[in-house]
Design a protein. Sequence first.
Length: 163
Amino acid sequence: MKRALTAAALSVVAMALLSPAAQGKQKQRQFQDLTVTGSFPAQIYFTVIFQDKHGNGKFKPRWLIGYALRTQVSCNPGGLSDFFIAKSKDSTVAHFKQRLKKGRFATRFEADLDPQLSPPIGDLSGRVTHIAVNGTFNVQDWDPNPGVRANCMASGSFSAGPG
């Protein structure tokens, strides 16, 4: 009987520790920059989870759970082309969730994209503060049409504010 009560008490304590309320309050915020500085016009969007772990009302950026980048790229041969990539924690094709370390993030584009398409090669990095997401992106190589080498590229920097 004592073992059953002990086990029940431990399971209640474990449930309390693992519940979302025990992990602190969370807020989801969106950031956007519609005039990215770079070689071509671009727009970028972010979704960030802020968390108050200690219940003192101080929310800190903890997770980057989604981004979308729309820009033009220069292709050789081919001229200009439109580039769009989006990833989020809810996507089954392009799943993305990254824990922030001191507000910083860095990710490669090609991870977890549709294997039927030629994935872009490039990266996105930056830092999340309470008022902005600042950073850079670099599309190093992208072939928009399967089987055709177009060597499309672009780069830029952004300062995304609340949106």
